[in-house]
Design a protein around this ligand. Structure first.
Ligand code: PPE
Length: 308
């Protein structure tokens, strides 16, 4: 159960327990909302920082633009709201969840109700477990396909689209796996239920291109930048399910999942069945970057003081 002191709702900080909506809230019925997941980390200098705050808030507005819902605040206000929520809850690290959704009023799919906005934050440890981050997880290709590009809006992080991810993760966990990997409707690998995916073979990294049915992950973008700087060759191209089985290494990236190695897919061991050298290097630089230990990635961090 998530618990906090306050959260941001429709323009101001409100007590956590008073942040309520009506049961006839339009978004609750039709999934009309856009959201983000952002992480804040403790940094090496004893302070704290939000990772790639501007890019996440920009993606929230891009998602809203695609869905044609207008967020009644400028982006700078929501960037500030993220920091306010962290400070007011005295969170030196945590997960931040901005959400904009169609509020109560009329019902009917096309009803035009006021847009409500919240930003909440809470502590959230490793998404796919600490052990998963260290040793790698076991994944299963889902029987559900990633929504076709003409069904979903892949550039947008729309709440309703997560029914697809929900079905896939439930199926995978009931079958005893840690996470689901979804293929697109042509049968090519697209992404995890809440993560982008990378394979490594012969020292070359591959990830599906942004022209396919994948979210333009901000962690994906960070990993590509880190790979370029490390001199790890990579290509953005489609690949098939069996390419995963034959990979030397496989890993998932996401704000919640960070950089999580995958040690097994569909009961086939990946490489040596443990995180490989490329994955470990990228994971290491990524965690150094979020903690402010890599000067060249400082621009990704927005510093704040947790205790005010
Ligand atoms: N694909 C999907 C489908 C996805 O949901 C995420 C994030 C990503 C890729 C990676 O994107 P990025 O966070 O920008 O690197 N998933 C979010 C929600 C997880 C949840 O269970 O809630 C997240 O990681 O915050």
């Amino acid at each position: 159960m998530i618990k906090a002191n306050t959260l941001f709702m429709d323009g101001k900080l409100v007590p956590f327990d008073l942040a309520e909506v009506h049961v006839l809230t339009h978004a609750l019925h039709y999934g009309i909302g856009v959201f983000e997941g952002i992480r804040a980390y403790k940094t090496a200098d004893g302070r704290s920082a939000v990772f790639r705050l501007r890019e996440h808030i920009q993606r929230l507005y891009d998602s809203a633009h695609i869905l044609m819902i207008e967020i009644p605040f400028p982006p700078e206000r929501l960037e500030e709201a993220c920091l306010e929520v962290l400070r007011s809850n005295r969170l030196p690290a945590g997960y931040i969840r901005p959400l904009a959704f169609t509020g109560a009023g009329a019902l009917g799919v096309g009803a035009q109700n006021p847009i409500q906005v919240i930003v909440a934050a809470w502590p959230w440890g490793a998404y796919l477990s600490e052990d998963g981050l260290r040793r790698g997880i076991r994944a299963k290709v889902s029987s559900f396909s990633r929504l076709h590009v003409n069904v979903s809006m892949v550039r947008a992080k729309i709440t309703g689209q997560y029914v697809n991810s929900f079905l896939a993760t439930r199926e995978a966990s009931l079958a005893g796996y840690d996470e689901a990997i979804l293929l697109d409707t042509d049968g090519y690998v697209s992404e995890g239920a809440g993560e982008n995916i990378f394979v490594v073979k012969g020292g070359v990294m591959r990830t599906p291109p942004l022209s396919s049915a994948v979210l333009a992950g901000i962690t994906r973008d960070s990993v590509l930048r880190i790979s370029r700087d490390l001199g790890v060759p990579f290509v953005e191209e489609k690949f098939t399910r069996d390419t995963m089985y034959l990979a030397d290494e496989l890993f998932l990236t996401g704000t919640a999942a960070e950089v999580t190695p995958v040690r097994e897919v569909d009961n086939r061991r990946i490489g040596k069945g443990e995180p490989g050298p490329v994955t470990k290097r990228i994971q290491d630089v990524f965690f150094r970057a979020v903690r402010g230990e890599e000067p060249k990635y400082r621009e990704w961090l927005t510093a704040y003081e947790a205790a005010s």
